[in-house]
Design a protein around this ligand. Structure first.
Ligand code: GLN
Length: 273
């Protein structure tokens, strides 16, 4: 099959932009090469690969999984079905952590529930400081380590385990986390792309989706230095409840950050004593 014919078919099924990306993945040709080689006969495997990717995409696989990569905070991140695709909304969590870090000489920072490693890696790159990573999923942690190393040039202190379990005895100045926080009902309402992402990274537990966040806020004081800060991403409908949990657990200077869409997205507070 000629490249021109394949492209015409894929544009019809997947649209112009995705057709070009799928052809790039299947043939290794960038856009210029695709134009120059339009009349070229393609190897059978390349055509099959392109058809396969087109089919997966039409069945609802997110483009980031097709590409195996997603940009976040200006950095490239490898993604697979083992990790949540980094969202632009989560860049606010990085902004908060970076700002909080400015009140420490050399802050010790943890990205809890790191997933793809996007949050911790973006903080590490912005501050040129090490950031520790942990996650309950071995497959996610392997991707997080790879992403961290690829972007910072250094190996992370990456530990496997549930929440603070791998950090017994450790102390941090800043803990940033984007844990699972969707309620079962909200998860049910997400579109089919989101349903292809690991539900382990999305569903927070409890009627209000806050079971995991409650555990994090409750345990965090044991891992924070005095004046250390905890920053959590959640849904705007959960901000009020999270504020209450923060106060009940003895945090102070509680504040909220909006995301790029103007919705309250991150809540943070300091451990007083
Ligand atoms: N913001 C994500 C979504 O709506 C949820 C991320 C999370 O649960 N940590 O898909």
């Amino acid at each position: 099959m000629r490249l021109r014919a394949l492209k015409r078919d894929l544009i019809q099924s997947n649209g112009d932009l995705e057709a070009r990306i799928i052809i790039r993945i299947a043939t290794g040709m960038d856009e210029i090469a695709q134009i120059i080689n339009a009349e070229k006969e393609l190897p059978e495997e390349a055509v099959e690969k392109a058809m396969q990717l087109s089919k997966e995409r039409l069945a609802g696989t997110p483009m980031a999984y097709i590409m195996g990569e997603k940009e976040f905070y200006g950095l490239p991140f490898k993604v697979s079905r083992d990790v949540l695709i980094p969202r632009p909304d989560t860049e606010s969590l990085v902004d908060v952590a970076v700002r909080l870090a400015s009140s420490f000489a050399k802050p010790r920072i943890l990205d809890l529930c790191t997933g793809s490693g996007a949050v911790g890696t973006a903080i590490a790159c912005t501050l040129s400081l090490p950031v520790a990573l942990s996650d309950i999923s071995p497959a996610a942690l392997a991707i997080a380590s790879e992403n961290y190393e690829r972007n910072t040039g250094k190996k992370p202190d990456a530990r496997l385990g549930s929440l603070f379990e791998p950090w017994k005895g450790a102390v941090f100045d800043i803990i940033a986390t984007n844990p699972p926080y969707l309620t079962d009902a909200w998860y049910g309402e997400t579109d089919k792309d989101v349903k292809q992402e690991p539900s382990l990274a999305l569903i927070g537990g409890g009627d209000d989706g806050l079971d995991i966040i409650r555990q994090i806020i409750h345990q965090a004081s044991g891992y924070l230095a005095k004046d250390g800060a905890l920053a959590i991403e959640c849904d705007f409908r959960q901000i009020e409840s999270c504020g209450r949990i923060f106060r009940n657990e003895g945090f102070s200077s509680i504040a909220v950050e909006k995301d790029a869409a103007g919705k309250e997205r991150v809540i943070y507070g300091r451990r007083l004593s």
